[in-house]
Write a protein that binds this ligand. Structure first.
Ligand SMILES: NC(=O)c1ccc[n+]([C@@H]2O[C@H](COP(=O)([O-])OP(=O)(O)OC[C@H]3O[C@@H](n4cnc5c(N)ncnc54)[C@H](O)[C@@H]3O)[C@@H](O)[C@H]2O)c1
Length: 396
């Protein structure tokens, strides 16, 4: 695959490491960056035949088969519309838009232009997530009741993130977009998110946006999602999921404490892992960061899907749904009420209700719980269907 990379910053370089890593047959043939020196440096580092400070020139390059958008949030739409104009397949980093209106315009534009579109939500491609979602889909956890995802770190690295106009929001948009798509995937992407309750505050940083947020997202089938995000967490990058179902539980720690622990007095290399706050003492490095963060599997899905003529796992539509949920979160943080998720475009199931959880014991009783005690007797807690009375039965 021949790619044009728009943006040569933090994520553009992570993407490049993934796309051209190992013995990849994919290459970045063109790079656009605002400043000549950054464009040139990126082109040198990744052997791109073209570098330019003109976005349209990179997209229009006849060798380019797919455009990868790695620009600040307020530049995504402009780049997407140029891809539509030149009928180029497009993949864009998260969040798709600064809000659902912007995301919807991009979704409609790519679909009307008939171009391939992928949403680069890397955290649903991490090795642990891939294994976890397989287990969820095979029914190992039963019906998913609650899915929680947490992403917290000490704050982003570039000025524009901290400017609400360019970024569109604070940590809720920046990190909540990951958590929403992770939890939505566990619950089922065809299950409609209906309403959101959110708390947000600016506890530490001198900014207009929030630096903390916690939210609950109710789904039409009764499942609940939860996200916890912060730009002021101390100690590195904390990425964790918890999933609870009627038959099981999954806990994932994707980054901070993954079983790799190292002590150093501080001699040697400076870089430990993304957003690590220290390079001495006890450290928690990450084995293969590009892979652990899902980039390899994500690009593999994007490129193979384009070649096969099918949709990738994550499309602009998913990015739009995520933005719609986050819009409701922002509204709720202001009104302090459950706010409905406004989805003008919805392609999943409609009209679901909460299924019954009741386990049958026999014709007359539901089983509430069964437990073997430490003193050797088995206890059954039953509910009489006719009277509603809760009863205990001991089986020696
Ligand atoms: N895990 C992830 O998926 C992940 C991680 C980090 C960032 N991102 C996303 O990637 C995008 C870029 O973030 P980043 O961390 O690489 O930022 P960055 O500041 O490191 O890089 C941004 C790039 O865009 C260029 N740029 C900045 N302002 C511009 C403007 N006004 N016009 C044109 N180009 C401009 C910069 O020169 C740079 O090349 C954002 O949408 C961000 O949310 C995703």
């Amino acid at each position: 695959m021949n790619i044009a990379m728009l943006g040569s910053g933090f994520i553009g370089r992570f993407y490049a490491e993934s796309i051209q890593g190992q013995r990849s047959k994919d290459s970045i043939v063109s790079v656009y960056s605002r400043r000549e020196e950054s464009a040139k440096k990126f082109a040198d580092d990744y052997q791109c035949s073209q570098w330019t400070t003109n976005m349209e020139e990179a997209i229009a390059n006849p060798d380019v088969e797919m455009v990868c958008i790695a620009l600040p949030n307020n530049k995504h739409e402009e780049a997407v519309l140029l891809c539509c104009k030149h009928k180029k397949a497009v993949i864009t980093t998260k969040p798709l838009g600064r809000n659902a209106e912007e995301a919807k315009r991009m979704l409609i534009a790519v679909e009307e232009a008939g171009i391939f579109n992928g949403y680069l939500e890397d955290l649903v491609y991490t090795p642990k997530f891939i294994k976890a979602i397989e287990s969820v889909k095979s029914g190992a956890l039963g019906r998913i009741l609650w899915a929680k995802s947490r992403e917290t770190h000490p704050g982003p690295h570039s000025d524009w993130f901290w400017d609400i106009e360019q970024a569109g929001g604070g940590c809720i948009l920046d990190l909540g977009c990951h958590c929403v798509e992770i939890t939505r995937s566990y619950i089922g992407k065809d299950i409609k998110p209906v309403e959101v309750m959110c708390w947000a505050d600016t506890q530490v940083k001198p900014i207009d946006a929030e630096d903390h947020g916690i939210a609950l997202i109710k789904y039409e089938n009764g499942s609940i999602a939860q996200f916890e995000v912060s730009w002021t967490f101390r100690g590195g990058l904390d990425l964790r999921d918890e999933v609870m179902g009627t038959e099981g539980t999954i806990w994932i720690n994707s980054f901070l404490r993954t079983g790799f622990e190292m002590f150093t007095t501080g001699k040697g290399a400076d870089y430990v892992a993304e957003k690590a706050e220290s390079n001495s003492g006890w450290l928690f490095p990450v084995g293969d960061e590009v892979n652990e963060l899902g980039y390899n599997h994500m690009f593999m899905d994007m490129f193979s899907s384009l070649e096969k003529g099918v949709d990738p796992r994550e499309t602009f539509y998913d990015g739009y749904v995520v933005n719609a949920i986050l819009d409701a979160a922002y509204k709720s943080a202001k009104t302090k009420l459950w706010e409905p998720v406004k989805l003008d475009i919805w392609r999943g199931q409609e009209g679901l209700s909460k299924p019954s959880n009741y386990a049958e014991y026999d014709a007359d009783y539901y089983l509430v719980k069964e437990e073997m005690t430490h003193y050797g007797t088995k206890k059954l807690i039953l509910k009489n269907k006719a009277t509603g009375k809760i009863e205990e039965r001991i089986i020696d």
